[in-house]
Design a protein around this ligand. Structure first.
Ligand code: SF4
Ligand code: FES
Length: 254
């Protein structure tokens, strides 16, 4: 395949960025999108040019690192896959492909396609600890978890923190991410001890980081490679309202 790539190049957050055009020549339709970028970078380096900076780690849809917009879609046009799971066979020979970083104020550009997603880490940190029994390891079945709750907790826990939901949302809202992180503990008995404090703190941190509000576009769910459902946002709103109404003055104000 021959592909023309329009890639966003930007030295750092303060420098102006621009699109540069590159050719990916004679690439197999069986290589992944990131492998194709590796080949383009090999060629750039051979010619003494600066390779395209992009984030990646596991390359199997687990770590959430490979954040990039491909033809205007977060992680590319294929549903329920990360950019590292996208293969060139989903494109046509001769295609022009536009590649950009996540565009959201709370994710400042570090270089080219790499953005700083530490705002997500700070939201997770605001969630704090989970109280556990520090005695002997409890017998695995001593805390019964109803099957539907276990299934929902697992669905929410599938979130890999990639940020595609923020990049796809016209308001750069992080509600789907926060909802998933709150829900996977709120659904389990072990998550109840700090449930109220957790939701208030995480939503408070989300607002401080400058993420926008949810206005029900549902672009987040369409972009999410792990198919996290927007029903978790409704649950987040219910949890937050309940917690905010009932918290004592001594508890964190969010
Ligand atoms: S909710 Fe989906 S899109 Fe958002 S961070 Fe989690 S996995 Fe990525
Ligand atoms: S590189 Fe880990 S999810 Fe893509």
């Amino acid at each position: 395949m021959q592909l023309t790539l329009r890639v966003w190049r930007q030295r750092d957050a303060k420098s102006p960025g621009r699109f540069e055009t590159y050719e990916a020549k004679e690439v197999s339709p069986d290589v992944s999108f990131l492998e194709m970028l590796d080949l383009v970078n090999d060629d750039l380096q051979r010619r003494g040019l600066d390779p395209i900076a992009f984030d990646h780690d596991c390359r199997e849809g687990i770590c959430g690192s490979c954040a990039m917009m491909i033809n205007g879609y977060a992680h590319g046009p294929e549903p329920a896959v990360t950019a590292c799971q996208l293969y060139l066979r989903h494109f046509k020979d001769g295609d022009t492909i536009t590649i950009e970083p996540w565009r959201a104020k709370p994710f400042p550009i570090i270089k080219d396609l790499v953005v700083d997603r530490s705002a997500f880490d700070r939201i997770i940190r605001a969630g704090g600890y989970v109280s556990v029994d520090t005695g002997n390891t409890p017998e695995a079945n001593s805390i019964p978890v109803p099957k539907p709750d276990a299934e929902e907790a697992m669905d929410a826990a599938a979130c890999i923190g990639c940020g595609a939901c923020v990049a796809a949302c016209p308001n750069a809202s992080a509600m789907l991410f926060v909802a998933a992180k709150v829900a996977h503990l709120a659904k389990l008995p072990q998550g109840q001890a700090e449930r109220k404090r957790r939701v208030v703190s995480m939503v408070g941190q989300m607002d401080q980081e400058g993420f926008g509000n949810c206005t029900n576009h549902y672009e987040c769910m369409a972009a999410c490679p792990k198919e996290i459902h927007v029903k978790f946002i409704a649950q987040l709103n219910r949890d937050y309202l309940r917690a905010a109404r009932s918290r004592r003055p001594s508890e964190p104000q969010g």
